[in-house]
Write a protein that binds this ligand. Sequence first.
Ligand code: SAM
Length: 301
Amino acid sequence: MAATHGMPTRPTAPHSGARPPAAPAGPPLPRDAAEAISALVERGAGLHLDPAKTDFIAFRVGRRLRELGLADFHAYLARLEADASGAELRHLVEALTTHTTSFFREAHQYAWLDETGLDLLAETARGPLRVWSAAASIGAELWSTAILLAERAARGQGPTRWELLGTDVSARVLARAERAVYTEEEIAGLSPARRACYLMRARRFTDAGGRPLWRVVPELRAQARFARANLQDLSELPDFAADVVFLRNVLIYFAPAAQARVVEGVARRLRPGGILFTGHAEAIGPHPALAPLRPSIYRKV
Ligand SMILES: C[S@@+](CC[C@H](N)C(=O)[O-])C[C@H]1O[C@@H](n2cnc3c(N)ncnc32)[C@H](O)[C@@H]1O
C-alpha cells in the first residue's frame, strides 16, 4: 500500500483486531457511557475510538465488567471515577488496545536497515547502537531486530554493540515481550534457519495441547529491556538518544493532535542522523526534523 501524505488516516474500526460478535453478550452499552469511555481512553492514551462503535467497545470492556462482577457500564464508570490511582484506567486502555504484530513485519524495512540503514548510521555512530521499539506489543519487532543484528555480527558486520529497548502502554503485552515465549502461529514470520539459530523449544511453557512453545534464546533475551511508557506522555521515560526507532502501527489509533504530540516526543529522543520507521499507512507530514528517505522511513536531520 502506498504511503499517504500528511498524517495517517484512522481505520474505520479502531482497534478492532478481533472482530466482535454482532450481538455481544452482557449488558447493553448506552450511548452516554460509550462517549464517556471514548473520552477517557483518548485522554489517557490518545486512543481515538468512535463512540458509535458500541459493539466493539461493549465487547472489549464487557469482559472487564465481568471480571469485576459489575452489572452495567454506569457502575463501571463509577468505578473508574472512584479510582484515583489510575489503575482501572490502565485496565480500560488494555481492554481497548490492539496488539497485532509479527516477526519481521514489513520485512522490506528490516532489509533496508540491513543493506543501507546501518551503514548510514555507522557514519555518525558514537557508542552502542540504541534501538527503541516504541509500541512494542509482545516484542516481535524488537526480537526481529535482535536477530538481524546477531546475523550481521555472525557475518562480521557491525555494529558490534547494541542496546534494545521496548516500551508499550500495556503492561500485559510487555510481560509477554520480556518472557519471549511464542506459539507456532506467532513465529510464522521466522524461517526454519532463524528458528534453529535464535529460538529454542521452551519445555517449561506448553500450549493447550501440551506441546512446547518457542522461546527466544537467552543470549538474545539478555540484550533487551522493556518498560511501560505511554507515548502521549514520555516524561517518565529516562532521556536517551536512539539511533533507530520503530513507531509502527500505533499512530493510526490516535487523533491528529495526539499523533503530532507523539511524533514530537519520539523525534526528540532520536539522535541527529537517527532512523525512524513508521507503519506503511502512517506517513508523517512535513516535519522540520524528520526527512523522508523512503515511504515510512525517516532520518532525523
Ligand atoms: C498494533 S500494535 C503494533 C505493534 C508493533 N509496533 C508492530 O507494528 O507490529 C500497537 C501497540 O501500540 C500500543 N499502544 C497503543 N497506544 C499506546 C500509547 N499511547 N503508548 C504506547 N503504546 C501504545 C498497544 O498497546 C499495542 O501493543
